[in-house]
Write a protein of this length. Sequence first.
Length: 395
Amino acid sequence: MVKNFCKKHMKKVINDRKMPSGEIIFNIVVMILAALLALMPTGFPENIYPDSMRAVVKVLEVNNDNVLNTIGFVMEGEQVCKVEILEGPFKGQQTYASNRFTGKLEIDKAFTTGDKALAVIDYTGQTIRNATMVDHYRINLESILIAIFAIFLIIFARWIGAKALLSFLLTVLMIWKLLVPLLLKGWNPIIISLYFVIVTTSVIIFMVGGLNRKSVAAVMGSLSGTFLTAILAVIFGHLFKIHGAVLPYSESLLYAGYAHLNLTDILIAVVFIASAGALMDIAIDIASAVHEVVEKKPDITAAEAISSGMNVGRTVVGTMTTTLLFAYTGGYISLLMYFMVLGTPVLDIFNLKYVSMEILHTIVGSFGLVAVAPFTAIAAGLLLTKRKKEMTIIS
């Protein structure tokens, strides 16, 4: 009996030591990968104009003599601002910067005395040629907001919160350093985006959930939903006959020298990229629920564990589908308001390409949500109960 107890205790200690060390190594690898991505160039120029730089400036005076109010709230003309440069080689110098109004509220910006702004400074040697106002400076406020969120997340979730922040950073870097440059180079958008979702999903779940069978079940369930979403997106994306130019700034991208891009395939890729986060959320929720059930009732059968996972999945899917609807349509409230003002028939609204695109996003994404629940429940039920059986046999 003593021998069996020692054997069981030693196996538990070894397993407990191996898992944290494996997670530590995995986290270090992710940190190194994030650092390498941060240092890796995108292959595209960051400043296409020679002898120019961006700098933070403070508005000292404003001249609106050449600004015309055409309708009352829409302005045209040019605003001239006297500014003081706050950073860079011209720090402390004062100059005049122009701010042109185009008559479009979504693009135009108006400055007042005391504002901080980002400006483009054109220079020759040590002399400033001219300056152009870009927009109000918001980086400081964004940094404060991100810092508050990070502190709040770490206080609440502690070590898991820190790992969540690291996975968030890695995802941002992968999008900017890998996904976007590869799409611009003309690589197949669907294949590249699918690889991107597979890698990010696996890394995020294993970081947050740990290197264990629960996370394996969550990854399997999430990716099963992703594959179904990708297949449906490809099929219905072409059947809907929606050109990818409906994506913001996509047409401008073509005029900028990237006419070789397949915008329609990029639109299809956006469909399953957009739903990847919701799929991960459901998968880890169901896998964690099944894990807790198995931990509380070690003698539970695989069928019972799967049934518990299914019950949790039905509840989660019921609310998550509406969450997708809110997420995808929230940005088009003004468009719906515009349709109502014009008295556009509902049939015409549903048939428009912009609305059809959101319907494609919502319904195809919801298909993935519905699929990920049973797949995760089955995977978690089989993997987690199998682990309990193996531990019983070893002991």
